[in-house]
Write a protein that binds this ligand. Structure first.
Ligand code: S3P
Length: 434
């Protein structure tokens, strides 16, 4: 599938984007390991979260739905998973493979985890290393890449692990292995990353402590089922936060968006650039803060992005690069080398597309410099990366000619129905089978 976009337009109206991907994954994982039945609403029916559902079904967990965002997970208890019949395919989902590898390291049975071409190119040494220190038997293929082979029935021991990179997936992997380890497992992070695992474990009645930046838990306790309402994903909302900010006359209300402090880098960065964003109706839903976000067009200015915001906006940079391309002046991003190991190398993928549209940019090892100005049109390659496809779709609002975005199938991993929702708000987008 490819997207065709006519230049220009204004975004208006109200929308609720699909459920948070990170929280959706974790709701299935912890629901499956809990004692009792977990009722989930607002679940993301995207391919990534569905890969996690399929994995737990393959391990004997009965899961009803998803049906209009509702999922019922009949928990089997921490010791109730069964050996899957075959290797489990995580598709495009880094969160599934990295979190599951921690959880599976503590099982009595062996497993193999694989994924699509993009996932098979992504680094897994970052989870293999700490799991081995805990006593796990886990091996990658081709220099620590998937498929991963985990030999079960290993006695795990709790460790303290200083994360070498700011990664919520690695943190969560170690903590989930810690559920099965003897004694205490703890981590420190070089910078705060999304804390949905810690919050949700607590919601399931599992004690997780945090003291002076050290996050820890003791193995051997049980989880108690609870109900989870998944907020709308701020990472999906980000495309419309930027879209409305760059398209003159726009005024959009995005409802029920998760505004966890470890996820709001995009709001902070856009505000520093001069965006007109206001939060309304702030409330807490199932341990996660949520708000309705109103965003109106405002002229943006280029900034030096504060490095402490990078982990808090790590998935939103494709959209933010489009904001930078439309801003007056120069935007500089540094300290973002993690972008090179996402679903694609997002610095390289975005730089190529920006250059195609005539936006001046300079690639750095750990970031990019973007010169704001006018944008032409052209044909954009997405490198099978959902967020590259959506970022260049919204760029059309300020482009001078048509934009054709190739290879957009992966948008369904995180944002099924993106084109219809975007069209409803005013983006001149059509999806064509290629
Ligand atoms: C995620 C963590 C981040 C993020 C990914 C989801 C999670 O990855 O990019 O989309 O759910 O824990 P890293 O841990 O690699 O930074």
């Amino acid at each position: 599938m490819e997207f065709n976009l006519l230049p220009g337009g204004t975004l208006t109206g109200e929308a609720r984007v699909p459920g948070d991907k990170s929280i959706s994954h974790r709701s299935i994982m912890l629901g499956a390991l809990a004692d009792g039945t977990t009722n989930i609403s607002g679940f993301l029916e995207g391919e990534d979260a569905l890969a996690t559902v399929a994995a737990f079904r393959a391990m004997g967990v009965s899961i009803e739905g998803p049906d209009d965002g509702r999922v019922i997970v009949h928990g089997v208890g921490v010791d109730g998973l069964k050996a899957p019949q075959q290797p489990m395919d995580m598709g495009n989902s880094g969160t599934s493979i990295r979190l599951l590898s921690g959880l599976l390291a503590g099982q009595a049975f062996s497993t193999s985890l694989t994924g699509d071409a993009s996932l098979q190119g992504r680094p897994m040494g970052r989870v293999i290393d700490p799991l081995k220190l805990m006593g796990a038997a886990i091996e990658g293929t081709n220099d620590g890449k998937p498929p991963l082979h985990i030999t079960g029935a290993q006695a795990l021991r709790g460790i303290h692990y200083d994360l070498p990179m700011a990664s919520a997936q690695v943190k969560s992997c170690v903590l989930l292995a810690g559920l099965y380890a003897q004694g205490r497992t703890s981590v420190t992070e070089p910078a705060p990353t999304r804390d949905h695992t810690e919050r949700m474990l607590r919601g399931f009645g599992y004690k997780v402590d945090r003291d002076n930046g050290v996050i820890g838990l003791r193995g051997g306790d049980r989880l108690t089922a609870c109900d989870i309402e998944v907020p709308a994903d701020i990472s999906s909302a980000a495309f419309f936060l930027v879209a409305a900010s760059i398209a003159p006359g726009s005024d959009v209300l995005l409802t029920h968006v998760g505004i966890n402090p470890t996820r709001i880098g995009v709001l902070n960065i856009l505000s520093l650039m001069g965006a007109d964003i206001t939060l309304r109706n702030e409330r807490e839903v199932g341990g996660e803060p949520v708000a309705d976000i109103r965003v109106k067009y405002a002229p943006l200015r280029g900034i030096e992005i504060p490095e402490d915001q990078v982990p808090l906006a790590i998935d939103e940079f494709p959209a933010l690069f489009i904001a930078a391309a439309c801003a007056e002046g120069t935007t500089v991003l540094r300290g973002a080398e993690e972008l090179r190991v996402k679903e694609s190398d997002r610095i390289a993928s975005m730089a190529e597309g920006l250059t195609t549209l005539g936006v001046r940019n300079e690639v750095l090892d750990d970031g990019i410099v973007i010169q704001g100005g006018t944008m032409g049109g052209g044909v954009i390659r997405t490198f099978h990366d959902h967020r590259i496809a959506m970022a260049f779709s919204i760029a059309a609002l300020r482009a001078e000619q048509e934009i054709r975005v190739l290879d957009c199938d992966h948008v369904a991993t995180s944002f099924p129905g993106f084109d219809a929702l975007a069209r409803g708000l005013g983006l001149q987008i059509s999806a064509l089978a290629d």
